[in-house]
Design a protein around this ligand. Structure first.
Ligand code: COA
Length: 182
């Protein structure tokens, strides 16, 4: 049984763990090893704790909680940080532990983010994904339209990213976030 809910400051440590584990299992070969080795759960926990405590304006953060494991994934979203015309909202991060993948939680987290973006007045949105990350097929499966590419610099490497967009987030938001209560 799993539930998607808004994140609380007490979720920060679990989010730090999910982030580091997910990066280390997703990005070997895509992002330099030394960068992945250097990721710090403590630093990320502090970052999430600060963000959640201050309730930073514009950010929506949702966690996937699975009994008995606790937080197994999360999504964050808000105003688009770039300048791609016609897409007001953005999904910034979406990460699940390995064992939590492939059971529909990613889709439900995306539905929560889409619902949040709509509520904040963004009818459309996008996500950036590393071009060589197989997760891009997930965004295609959810109806994302390939919008374009950019190159980012991470750990002194140039990495190609692809943007996927939803002109109408209401389709994503229609997906069930949580199973109906019995
Ligand atoms: C990408 C991710 C969030 C997807 O979440 P998930 O819970 O595994 O995906 P779901 O079970 O909700 O899948 C929804 C649909 O997408 C498809 N899908 C998911 N990942 C896929 C992949 N890598 N390739 C092709 N299809 C994929 C599923 O088969 C499913 O299709 P269906 O409707 O035909 O059953 C998750 O796998 C993850 O955390 N990956 C590692 C971190 C990452 O890369 N995050 C994205 C950073 S931009």
């Amino acid at each position: 049984m799993s539930v998607i809910r808004r994140a609380r400051p007490t979720d920060a440590a679990a989010m730090g763990r999910v982030y580091v584990e997910s990066w280390r299992s997703t990005y070997p070969g895509l992002i330099p090893d030394h960068y992945l080795v250097g990721l710090s759960e403590e630093a990320l926990t502090a970052r999430w704790r600060g963000q959640l405590a201050w309730g930073r304006d514009g950010d929506g953060v949702f966690v996937a909680v699975e009994r008995p494991h606790g937080v197994v994934g999360f999504v964050t979203c808000g105003v688009q940080r770039g300048q791609l015309a016609g897409y007001g909202g953005e999904v910034y991060t979406l990460y699940l532990l390995d064992q939590a993948q492939g059971h529909g939680l990613g889709r439900r987290l995306m539905a929560a983010a889409a619902t949040e973006l709509l509520a904040r007045g963004y009818p459309s949105g996008l996500v950036w994904v590393l071009r060589d990350n197989p997760a891009r097929w997930f965004y295609e499966r959810l109806g994302g339209r390939r919008l374009g590419e950019q190159t980012i610099c991470l750990a002194r490497e140039l990495l190609p990213e692809v943007a996927y967009g939803w002109g109408d987030l209401s389709e994503l938001a229609r997906l069930p976030v949580n199973p109906p209560l019995e």
